[in-house]
Design a protein around this ligand. Structure first.
Ligand code: ADP
Ligand code: MG
Length: 673
């Protein structure tokens, strides 16, 4: 047996579970051994039965002297297993586990962990876990020491995983280690086999930590190496057409003059950096990162114009239809005066023109045929929402086209470099002039009516336009959320804002309906737009000036920041009300940061500190990699792995085992909804 041995060749026990294992990505021995515990159940000490006290949680071991099954009046069944160890006698009690009568027998040597109690004058234990041992010397892995607990699915219990991993580890004496010896020595890392044995069955917390450190380091090192490899591959790619910039300077200036506002310095700098890439015959691979409202779209527009001037077609892809439509309108307005033909590609837009200069759309740009004649530049908005493959497929429609990706998700630098060493970055770290800070207030439940009254007044006297975001945070909209948001609109219409015009927007609506609602709101025909967080991404309605977010405690700070970025886009003072029914001080404290901080990256950092990476990078926080073992908050380890990866990369070929591991390392997997 070695790491590549498929589990299903290891006997019927594995064969039976092969499908289930595959579902969690476990196929061979390596996958299985790297399926690490997410915690350990605390040290359970083996006590003599005679010394066990009611109220204690501990482990006892002894011989089974009796097994019985009784029924209660209500039809439940109780199993009682009596155990003796020479110092005393105890009844292990179970409920509704009749199979025990057949699996536990008199004379078995059993080890059981649980809570001690007294029933009359008999000692009892409510059993948390138990196992039959072959003899007194057999080691108990489920009931003593640090017991590893694994993420479990329905058909895959922690106990099953624990037992099988133990069987495999017992059969492996040595493993070829892919980490170079120098690297291990310098960084004081244990051997691979030792690390694997200790992470599953540590003798102490310290040993477990050390093992985790080694395996986390490996994971990050491999990600770094894979990312460096992608970088090299990209640079070696077949040459592409360089764009002429100088020749078209005048035309570009003319376009910029036609824009109704002055570009910020950050926008100018980004355009320059991008043009610098485009002048080369290596395809560009750049990320434009800028907080919500920093004006990424216009940068994309200018760059698409340069592609056109060079005789190339361009494509702009966005993750939602609403956003694609909006870009279509914006880019058309910007570029049509210069004779450019812009075409929209969404699943609902049928009569497409074959002759276009710029194609804008959702992923249907890839699936349904946008037929490009000469695709030279791709822009991908909200890039974290697309998978690597989707981007690659679009790129295949051209001859190594230049690629510009855009995002508002702030990814900490250290993490960024680990996964995206192949990307160059431009930052829009400046908001357009004249933007006023959005006044943000936390509104507890007692003040709800007051809040509504204040908003009503604002609509009446100042023609305010309001977004109301309903508290549905599922990654995809379900029928239940649609029903809830529909009910909320009815309630608001009837009881709260009877004198105003309300619209509804959610992801499950027909495109035409969505478009109409957004257009009506934009045109001022609606006062209030009630929406699910679909509006989080990109919607630009400069006249909207009030945002109300329900159950705000359920969102991450960075996400709330993105949501509130839907207002404050015009010259008017804008407001954001965070409604919460939470009474927790911690929650309230967390939300108050939005009152003072108005920078997405900073808020993401705060959230990381307050809630930990698990929460913060949960389902709604796209763009952050899946890490199996390493912890996102472990910055020093990220730094170390990056440094070591850069050092070793030039001579990577000297370590064939490491090369194999790098080849197996995933390209960054990013959600594709
Ligand atoms: P995001 O970076 O979030 O995608 P958008 O591109 O949607 O931002 O721009 C937000 C709003 O700001 C738009 O209404 C846009 O017209 C406007 N805008 C962009 N750049 C500037 C600027 N330099 N000065 C004033 N307004 C700008
Ligand atoms: Mg945008």
């Amino acid at each position: 047996m070695d790491l590549s041995t498929p589990l299903k060749t290891l006997g019927p026990v594995f064969r039976m579970k092969a499908k289930t294992l595959e579902k969690v990505g476990i196929v061979n021995v390596e996958d299985f051994l790297f399926y690490t515990p997410f915690r350990y159940d605390s040290n359970l000490i083996v006590s003599e039965i005679g010394k066990a006290q009611p109220g204690e949680t501990l482990t006892i071991q002894g011989n089974v002297t009796k097994v019985s099954n009784t029924f209660t009046k209500r039809g439940l069944s109780i199993q009682k297993i009596t155990v003796e160890d020479g110092t005393g006698k105890i009844d292990l009690t179970f409920f509704n586990q009749k199979f025990l009568i057949n699996t536990v027998h008199e004379g078995d040597f059993i080890s059981a962990a649980g809570r001690i109690d007294k029933f009359g004058n008999r000692l009892t234990m409510a059993v948390r876990s138990y196992e039959i041992l072959k003899s007194e010397n057999d080691s108990a892995i489920n009931t003593t020491g640090l017991v590893p607990v694994y993420p479990q699915t329905q058909n895959l219990t922690s106990k099953w995983i624990r037992g099988r991993i133990k069987t495999i580890l017992d059969q492996i004496e040595t493993l070829p280690d892919y980490l170079p010896a120098e690297l291990k020595e310098e960084n004081n890392l244990p051997d691979l086999i030792a690390a694997l044995k200790s992470i599953h069955f540590p003798k102490s917390a310290e040993e477990a930590n050390k093992a985790r450190q080694r395996l986390s380091f490996d994971e990050l090192l491999l990600k770094n190496l894979a990312s460096l490899e992608r970088k090299e591959a990209w640079e070696k790619k077949a040459k592409t057409d360089a764009f002429e910039v100088k020749k078209h300077q005048k035309e570009i200036e003319k376009l910029i003059k036609s824009i109704p506002f002055e570009l910020t310095n950050a926008q100018k700098k980004a355009v320059e950096e991008i043009f610098g890439d485009l002048e080369k015959n290596i395809p560009m691979n750049r990320l434009l990162q800028g907080d919500v409202g920093s004006g990424k779209t216009v940068v994309a527009g200018i760059v698409l114009y340069l592609a056109y001037l060079n005789g190339f077609q361009g494509a702009l892809m966005a993750p939602t239809e609403i956003l694609a439509n909006q870009h279509y309108v914006t880019i058309k307005k910007l570029l049509e005066p210069f004779g450019i033909r812009v075409e929209l590609f969404t699943s609902n837009n049928k009569n497409k023109e074959e002759n276009f200069d710029i194609a804008i759309g959702t992923h249907s740009l890839i699936q349904k045929g946008a037929k490009f004649k000469k695709l030279g530049l791709i822009v991908i908005d909200e890039q974290q929402r697309f998978g690597v493959e989707q981007r690659a497929t679009l790129a295949e429609k051209g001859n190594n086209p230049h690629v510009l990706t855009m995002t508002a998700t702030p990814i900490p630098r250290t993490i960024f470099l680990t996964i995206y060493a192949d990307l160059k970055v431009s930052f829009l770290n400046e908001l357009p002039k004249g933007r006023q800070k959005i006044k943000t207030h936390l509104v507890p439940n007692e003040k709800r009516q007051k809040g509504y009254a204040w908003i009503s007044e604002k609509i009446k006297t100042e023609k305010s336009q309001v977004f109301i975001v309903c508290p549905f945070i599922e990654p995809s909209e379900t029928l239940a959320t649609v029903k809830a948001v529909t009910e909320e609109v009815e309630h608001l219409k009837k009881n709260v804002f009877p004198n105003f015009k309300l619209g509804l927007l959610h992801g499950k609506m027909k495109t035409a309906d969505k478009d109409k609602v957004v257009a009506d709101f934009k045109a001022g025909k609606l006062d209030i737009l009630v929406a699910t967080p679909v509006i989080e991404v990109g919607i630009d309605i400069p006249t909207a000036d009030i945002m109300l977010i329900e159950a705000s405690e359920r969102f991450g700070l960075a996400q709330l920041h993105q949501l509130r970025g839907r207002v404050g886009r015009g010259q008017k003072q804008s407001y954001c009300f965070l409604f919460t029914e939470s009474k927790s001080d911690k929650t309230v404290e967390r939300l108050t940061y939005l009152q003072t901080i108005d920078n997405g990256a900073e808020l993401a950092e705060v959230d990381l500190k307050l809630r930990g990476p698990g929460e913060m990078f949960g389902t709604m926080q796209h763009g952050i990699p899946d890490l199996k073992i390493a912890n996102l908050s472990d910055y020093p380890l990220f730094e170390l792995a990056r440094k070591e990866a850069e050092k070793i990369y030039p001579s990577l070929k000297k370590y064939p085992n490491l090369v194999t591991m790098v080849q197996k390392t995933d390209t960054p997997k990013i959600s594709k909804d």
